[in-house]
Ligand binder design. Structure first.
Ligand code: SF4
Length: 351
């Protein structure tokens, strides 16, 4: 039975967009065992993927080399006898551990000139493969053989016991329908819908009898506080949970939402993988590059400012200063998108 080590991406969203590759490996190699080597902050995503057997966590921070530690980890992994490694990040560092582990086949994109570290080397044709998910799926093919775009759905397991524990710990009331907002975006402010728009939308939804949970990391705590403070029309029905959960609890809380409104961020991909009806807001990025992979599941409405010449610029901060791609997406326009999602089918209701 072949054993493959996946070196996971450094971003939550990218980790989910790699899931079609894992599904494809299982189809091609029945009985294959896929283990993952993942940084602490994406490991919970890998642990919830049905295709992944075991996850080893790494403690390397962004940009850290720590050559000796990588060598040591590589030698430990050698004992596992992997037949192949697939290295998803493009950095030189990320290809070192499979090399130190003497894994015979080491697959990945050239990235930072990784000839030698990798021995099955793909060259990225970014125009032919605009979708991130297809770029990863390409790595299951022989280099040069085009991949067939599948865009199958991502999916994560939910831990229902952990959901109940988290709800109790945070004292959350689930008697009303819950809409989850994910107002952060680690990449930068050019991907974040303005807090005043989130607050205005929260007011509209609270008036229809819904509770709004703000979900994000500790880095999003201040954004959450600002939204809750601005949402004066929401009558206390906006609960800032940013920074109050780890990623595992955030996954389970999102699974309990009737609707998720999210920036183009890792949690947006998590919501899609949980099969939640989703409003995805795109600013400087593009739905043509990283759409949520919902398959045949509940709908995702992708909201982006069409016809704005500077879009998508893919910058972390707006280089033009006006930030029209997000400023001009009003709460009312997002509300119209929500209305377009079948209210009966997805249990959204008004008082
Ligand atoms: S340049 Fe345009 S697309 Fe980029 S952040 Fe500014 S408004 Fe948005």
């Amino acid at each position: 039975m072949p054993r493959i080590l996946i070196v996971a991406p450094n971003w939550i969203g990218d980790t989910l967009l790699a899931q079609p590759l894992f599904a494809s490996l299982h189809r091609r190699l029945p009985g294959v065992i896929l283990d993952a080597l993942a940084p602490d902050w994406t490991a919970p995503i890998m642990q919830r993927m049905p295709e992944i057997s075991a996850v080893s966590r790494t403690q390397f921070r962004h940009g850290e080399l720590r050559l000796k530690d990588r060598w040591r980890l590589g030698r430990e992994l050698k004992q596992q006898g992997y037949d192949q490694a697939i290295v998803l990040p493009n950095s030189f560092k990320s290809a070192l551990i499979p090399f130190f582990a003497d894994i015979p086949l080491r697959v990945g994109y050239v990235g930072e000139s990784r000839y030698g570290l990798l021995n099955v080397v793909h060259k990225l044709d970014a125009k032919r493969l605009p979708l991130m998910a297809d770029r990863y799926a390409q790595l299951a093919e022989v280099p040069g053989k085009p991949v067939e775009s599948q865009l199958e759905a991502t999916r994560l397991r939910v831990d229902h016991a952990n959901l109940l524990i988290t709800v109790a710990r945070l004292g959350l009331d689930r008697s009303r329908p819950v809409v989850a907002f994910c107002p952060g975006a680690e990449y930068g402010p050019a991907k974040r819908w303005p807090v005043r728009h989130f607050a205005a939308l929260a007011g509209h939804l609270a008036a229809r009898g819904m509770t709004v949970w703000l979900i994000g990391s500790d880095k999003d705590r201040a954004i959450g506080e600002e939204i809750a403070a601005l949402a004066t029309l929401a009558e206390g029905r906006v609960i800032n949970l940013c920074g109050h959960t780890d990623l595992t609890a955030a996954i389970d809380l999102l699974s309990a939402a009737q609707l998720v409104v999210s920036n183009d961020s890792g949690l947006m991909h998590v919501a899609a993988a949980l099969g939640r009806p989703l409003i995805a807001l795109y600013g400087s990025s593009s739905a043509e590059h990283t759409p949520p992979l919902t398959g045949d599941g509940p709908p995702a409405r992708l909201v982006q400012f069409e016809g704005l010449e500077c879009r998508p610029c893919f910058k972390r901060e707006c280089p033009l200063g006006h930030f029209r791609c997000m400023n001009d997406l009003t709460a009312e326009s997002v509300l119209r998108e929500i209305a377009a999602i079948d209210s009966e089918q997805f249990a959204l209701r008004s008082e």
